[in-house]
Design a protein around this ligand. Structure first.
Ligand code: UDP
Length: 322
């Protein structure tokens, strides 16, 4: 049993966009939080709302550092493992780092957790569904990925390995794991630097630059506000019925990227023009996009009693207000 001096949560990747909102939520509920982050895509300013709290501690380091990670895991009661190489552009431009961080990092966290029986939430991704046309995606549906010569798919493959490994730790060793497949999550502090569409559109609109829609703009996504996503993560890891399960975490409000561009322009009062950029100009590496992506959220609703419901207009306004 954990001793009284332990932190309630270890959040790997806690200085990132989602991680920092998660830390704020946990601290607001009176929980103590230890963060491990290498500040590769995360940054210190994301933690401005946490760093002065005496129940908070940041350790700058990598989940690939096995002895460091093990030491921190032993100091906490629950792990939320978010540390990963993220963003489609990042993944294409840094293929080796992506694979190593996303596979070895999770393996190290699971091994450390198993050595002391600590429950772990593993952040997976809707990217796993790949080119499946079985929309809305159910957790037990088939996944359809592209060829290995297209680096994009390495991200989904790595996360699939993480899921297999986490489920294996549950089935073979009894380690309590919960796997959440995060759909497109947006909100204040998200950077457009790694390719994410909404912060990019907002930056472009606010600076009156062209809003760059890739492809024909008919591809769809469901966007969720980060506050609702971190709330779902905490509800799931605190729910014993979620153990050993894979759960979609996202909203069902599907919108095309072209319509998203129009909404951003309208709500921000921008005069930016909306331009269509062919995929081959937007991305290197013979890029393949997903046409539709939307979750089946039945399991999330059953386990947490709610699903993210912020609408896209309100989400855009929230980001613009920060
Ligand atoms: N996208 C776009 N313009 C941009 C960045 C992205 O049209 O400046 C498109 C991208 O091709 C994809 C969608 O927006 O169809 C969502 O991209 P993102 O990288 O945010 O997330 P994904 O859902 O692809 O992981």
């Amino acid at each position: 049993m954990p001793g009284p001096s332990k932190y309630e949560y270890l959040v790997t990747g806690g200085a990132g966009f989602i991680g920092s909102h998660l830390c704020e939520l946990l601290l607001s509920r009176g929980k103590s939080v230890l963060v491990l982050d290498d500040l590769s895509t995360g940054n210190l300013s994301n933690l401005d709302g946490c760093s002065h709290n005496s129940s908070f501690r940041l350790v700058v380091g990598s989940v690939l550092d096995e002895s460091l990670t093990r030491g921190l895991v032993h100091q906490c009661r629950t792990i939320i493992h978010l540390a990963a190489a993220v963003g489609v552009e990042n993944i294409i431009r840094q293929p080796v780092e992506t694979i190593e961080t996303n596979v070895k990092g999770t393996e190290i966290v699971l091994m450390a957790a198993e050595s002391c029986g600590t429950p772990v939430f593993i952040a997976s991704t809707s990217e796993i569904y790949g080119k499946s046309e079985n929309v809305p995606f159910r957790e037990d549906g088939d996944i359809v990925l592209g060829a290995t010569c297209r680096s994009r798919w390495s991200y989904a493959c790595c996360k699939a390995i993480d899921e297999f490994l986490a489920l294996a730790y549950w089935k073979a060793k009894g380690l309590p794991v919960v796997i959440g497949r995060l759909f497109n999550t947006v909100g204040p502090r998200q950077s457009g630097r790694y390719g994410m569409v909404l912060p990019r559109f907002i930056e472009q609109a606010v600076s009156e630059k062209p809003i760059t829609v890739f492809g024909d703009g008919e591809q769809t996504r469901c966007f969720s506000l980060v506050y609702e996503i971190v709330d779902a993560i905490v509800s799931l890891i605190e729910n014993p019925d979620a153990v050993g399960k894979v759960i979609n975490i996202g909203s069902t409000g599907e919108i095309s990227i072209g319509s998203l561009a129009e909404k951003v322009r309208e709500i921000s009062g921008s005069n930016s023009e909306i331009v269509l950029i062919p995929y081959e100009e937007a991305y290197p590496d013979d890029f393949e996009d997903m046409r539709r992506r939307a979750p089946d959220v039945s399991l999330l609703r059953t386990l947490t009693g709610k699903v993210p419901e912020a609408e896209i207009d309100a989400i855009i306004r929230e980001i613009l207000s920060k």
